[in-house]
Design a protein around this ligand. Sequence first.
Ligand code: PLP
Length: 407
Amino acid sequence: MAKSKQARIVEGTNKYLIANYGRLPVAMASGRSSRITDADGREYVDFFSGFGAGGIAGHCHPAVVRAIRRQAGKLTACGNLFTHEMQVKLAQKITKTGFGGKVFYCHSGAEANEAALKLVRLAARKADQAAGRTVDNPYGGRYKIISFHNCFHGRTMGGLSLTPEKFQKGFEPMLPGSVKVPYNDLEAVAAAIDVDTAGIFVEPIQGEGGLNMPTREFMQGLRKLCDRYALTLVCDEVWTAPARTGKWYGYQHYDIKPDVMTLGKATGGGAPLAAMVAGRKVQDVLVPGTHGCTMGGNPLCAAAALATYKLVEKENLLEQANVKGQRIVDCLKGANISCIREIRGFGLMLGIELDKPGKDIFAACLDRGLLINCTQETVLRLAPALTITDEELSQGLDILTAVLKGQ
Ligand SMILES: Cc1ncc(COP(=O)(O)O)c(C=O)c1O
């Protein structure tokens, strides 16, 4: 019997692609709104948006497609010796919806965090020079960065250094001065700060780490510690932004402003665009020659990202995230599902903590045509597009509740 198209693609994947992902034998072919179709024509309701990167506006939103088409016919790359309108318009949106400042563009969350790491070290040096402070270490400047247990900041060597040890195995040594302390433990943070500390990286909700929520006191306490010790506070918003949590950026839930935030995943509306945003105090730290990214903010990706930002405003997606997130929570709570311990999150970034491993739930949902994710063994993650329709939501919730109830 002839192999299906999907089987051929999976075979080709195993033969030609490096096996660094634990891939499922499913080849996706097309998507629209919150439905995605595999190469053999099977349709799935998408409650996970490809680790959040499928876009908050759903697959192939007509406005994003139009923007990409229009830009593809005009200019797709010009390098960063030149500027162009799309980069500027997008930066205006990002800074106006955030805390002002200036933007550096790249392609992935890890790259945005690399830029932030470099900025944090340089900012410490510049601040110390300006204040006439000397630093007594072999590196010539403050270099230590604090991050948190169960965090995730990417797979490049810098991001990996900030990320828990289980991801680092085999790739040591890490960056010197990467210090990890428990999330939500301000005393531990204060105790970890010393004369060599330059900054703190924190996720406003830990995504990969199991949808862990920081307290308001914790986030505000971090801000105060950074102010007291002249540290740069970096919010890694790669999962939480834009708009996914019902606010433009996750930090806005805690009434603080970071000095720097990093963006990735959904920012490009499905195109690879990431960014580091530096607030007024540190926006001029990087100067020519200190950092770069050849294709960063290329017109094609910037056009897709700009269209996505505009959709958040036009389609009221902040409110949509809150209303639809609440609908999911109400539905799951109302269904009295005995294996659910807790539901956490904001907007449409939700975690369902189970009293058992979630692997089989994930597999059963996939089998019935629903895409979700399971992290930290017992936490199911839901991150549908903010544009998900009532019908798609109902269909997905019917599958999820049935599977969770063992029906
Ligand atoms: C909070 C956070 N930061 C950074 C990254 C790395 O992003 P990328 O995979 O685009 O490099 C991730 C990826 O999951 C993430 O969740």
